[in-house]
Design a protein around this ligand. Structure first.
Ligand code: GCU
Length: 464
C-alpha cells in the first residue's frame, strides 16, 4: 500500500469516532435537558431561598402554644383585634362598589382570586397533568349494620413530562349498597394515620360515644369518601420539589407565586370529584368536602376554588384557613410563614411576617369564605380550652364579614353578628357556625353539620 491508501480509511475512522462521540454527548445532554434531576433542599434551605427571592433578611417569630413562653399566643379578647377594619369584599380595586351579582362574578371575584393566587396560596399551573383513576378493589361489606360498597382507588398522575416523579392519589369511596340511585357523598381530607402531635397543645380528646361520622352519613342514605392529601403533596417544605408541585416544576424549587400544599391538596380533591362524575353510584352535583385543622384549611381552599363542590364542613381551620389573619389570637401569620408550615402557602406569603404586617394582606379569610358563595358553608371549632390555637371566634368573624357577598347573591348570611354561646348552632342561613366545648376535633360538630347539610343534599327517593 502506498501512503495515499491510508488517508481515506483514516479519515473515515476519524469521522466515525467524531460523529459518535458527538452523538453520545448530544443524547446525554438531551436526556439531562429533558429530565433535570430532582433538586433536594431541606425545608430550611428552601425557606431561605424564598426569603432571598423576596429580598428579606428575617421574618418575625411565631407564637408558642405554651403559656409560659415569652412568645405565648394571645388569648385575651381585649388584645385580639389590632386591625379591626377588613378589606371590603364588595369594593373593586378601583374603589367602586359592587352592586350587582354580575359585577361580583365578572370583576370582583376574579380580583380576589388573583390576590389569593399571587400572595397567599399560590397559583396552580396553567396546565396540570391528567389523572387516570383506577379502581383497585371493590368490596361488598357492611359498615356497622349498613350494607355498603367500598371502592379503593388510585389516581395515577401522568408523569410523561417528567418521569422522575410519580404521584398516585389515594381515594376510598363508600356508598350504601341498597341505594335507590346516585347518592350524595361527603369527602374528607384525611390524616393517613393518627393526628400529628402539636407542641404545647393537648392531644385530641377521645371520640365521644355515638355513631361515627361515616355511620351518620350512611344513616341519611349518603356515602362518604376519604382522600389522602399527602399522596398528592407531602406535608413539608423539603417535599416541594416532589409530589404534584415538583412534578409540574420538573423537580425544581418553586417560584414566589407557585402553589403551595394547600392548593395542591385542593387540586387533588378536584380530581377526586372528576372521578365521582364518572361513578354511577355518586351524585356528583351533591358532593361535599370536609377537613379538620390543616385539612380544614385545604377543604376551604377546595370549596373556594372549585365551584362544583356543593357544601363544606370546615373544622378548626384556624390561621391560613377561615380565621381572620388580622386577628391576634392563637396561631398567627408568623407561625404559618415559618419553616414548618410555609410549604402550605405561596412563597410571597412570607413577606407578611416581615417586613410587611397582617394589615398589609390584600385579602383576608372572610374573602376566602366569600369565594364559596352562594354555596353553603358550615364552620366549626372548639373551645379556647383545647382549641384556642384555631380561634373559633376569628373564624366566626370571617363568616360574618363574608355575609354581604352571600346577601348580594340572594342567599342568607349567618343571621347575627354576635358570637353565639357555646354549642349554639347557627344553621338557618347559607353560612353556618357552631363552637363545641371539646378540644381540637371535628367530631362534636358532625351531627350539626349533617342537619344543616340535609337542607341541601338529598338521598334518592325510594323507587326513584
Ligand atoms: C398545627 C398548625 C395548625 C394546624 C394544625 C393541625 O398546630 O399550627 O395551623 O391546623 O397543626 O393541622 O393539626
Amino acid at each position: 500500500m502506498n501512503r495515499r491508501s491510508y488517508v481515506w480509511p483514516a479519515l473515515m475512522l476519524f469521522a466515525t469516532v467524531f460523529y459518535h462521540s458527538n452523538y453520545v454527548r448530544a443524547q446525554t445532554e438531551s436526556t439531562s435537558e429533558q429530565y433535570p434531576a430532582v433538586v433536594h433542599l431541606t425545608a430550611e434551605q428552601d425557606h431561605q431561598r424564598m426569603m432571598d427571592l423576596l429580598h428579606i433578611d428575617s421574618i418575625r417569630r411565631g407564637r408558642d402554644g405554651s403559656p409560659d413562653s415569652p412568645y405565648a399566643a394571645n388569648y385575651d379578647e381585649s388584645k385580639a383585634n389590632p386591625y379591626p377594619s377588613l378589606p371590603n369584599p364588595l369594593i373593586l380595586n378601583n374603589g367602586k362598589s359592587v352592586k350587582t351579582a354580575k359585577v361580583w362574578w365578572s370583576e370582583r371575584r376574579p380580583e380576589i382570586v388573583e390576590a389569593f393566587d399571587r400572595e397567599i396560596y399560590g397559583r396552580v399551573p396553567a396546565s396540570t397533568p391528567k389523572v387516570t383513576w383506577e379502581v383497585i378493589s371493590t368490596k361488598n361489606t357492611t359498615y356497622g349494620t349498613t350494607p355498603v360498597v367500598t371502592k379503593s382507588l388510585l389516581g395515577h398522575v401522568d408523569n410523561s413530562s417528567y418521569p422522575l416523579i410519580h404521584v398516585d392519589i389515594q381515594l376510598e369511596l363508600t356508598t350504601p349498597a341498597n341505594a335507590k340511585g346516585r347518592v350524595p357523598v361527603i369527602m374528607e381530607l384525611s390524616f393517613p394515620n393518627s393526628r400529628p402531635a402539636r407542641a404545647g397543645v393537648p392531644a385530641p380528646p377521645p371520640p365521644p360515644p355515638g355513631p361515627s361520622w361515616q355511620q351518620q352519613l350512611l344513616d341519611r342514605g349518603w356515602g362518604y369518601a376519604t382522600l389522602i392529601p399527602v399522596s398528592i403533596q407531602a406535608d413539608n417544605g423539603t417535599g416541594l420539589t416532589e409530589g404534584i408541585i415538583g412534578l409540574c416544576n420538573k423537580g425544581q424549587p418553586r417560584k414566589l407565586d407557585d402553589w403551595g400544599a394547600l392548593r395542591a391538596w385542593a387540586w387533588g380533591a378536584s380530581r377526586a370529584l372528576d372521578y365521582f362524575e364518572t361513578d354511577s353510584s355518586v351524585d356528583a352535583r351533591q358532593v361535599g368536602i370536609e377537613g379538620h385543622s390543616r385539612y380544614g384549611k385545604a377543604a376551604l381552599v377546595t370549596m373556594a376554588y372549585d365551584q362544583r363542590f356543593a357544601i363544606a364542613y370546615i373544622s378548626s381551620s384556624g390561621e391560613a384557613g377561615a380565621k381572620l389573619s388580622r386577628r391576634n389570637w392563637g396561631e398567627v401569620v408568623e407561625n404559618v410563614a415559618g419553616t414548618s408550615e410555609y410549604h402550605w402557602m405561596a412563597g410571597n406569603f412570607l413577606k407578611y411576617a416581615g417586613p410587611l404586617h397582617w394589615t398589609d394582606l390584600p385579602v383576608d379569610a372572610h374573602e376566602l369564605v366569600a369565594l364559596c358563595a352562594p354555596r353553603p358553608v358550615f364552620i366549626g371549632g372548639g373551645a379556647t380550652q383545647g382549641d384556642g390555637w384555631a380561634d373559633a371566634r376569628g373564624t366566626f368573624m370571617a363568616e360574618v364579614a363574608a355575609g354581604p357577598v352571600y346577601r348580594l347573591l340572594g342567599k342568607h348570611d349567618l343571621g347575627t353578628t354576635e358570637f353565639p354561646a357555646m354549642e349554639t348552632p347557627l344553621i338557618n342561613g347559607d353560612l353556618a357556625f357552631r363552637q363545641h366545648s371539646g378540644g381540637h376535633t371535628p367530631v362534636p360538630n358532625w351531627p350539626t353539620f349533617i342537619t344543616f347539610a340535609s337542607r341541601y343534599l338529598h338521598a334518592p327517593a325510594a323507587g326513584a
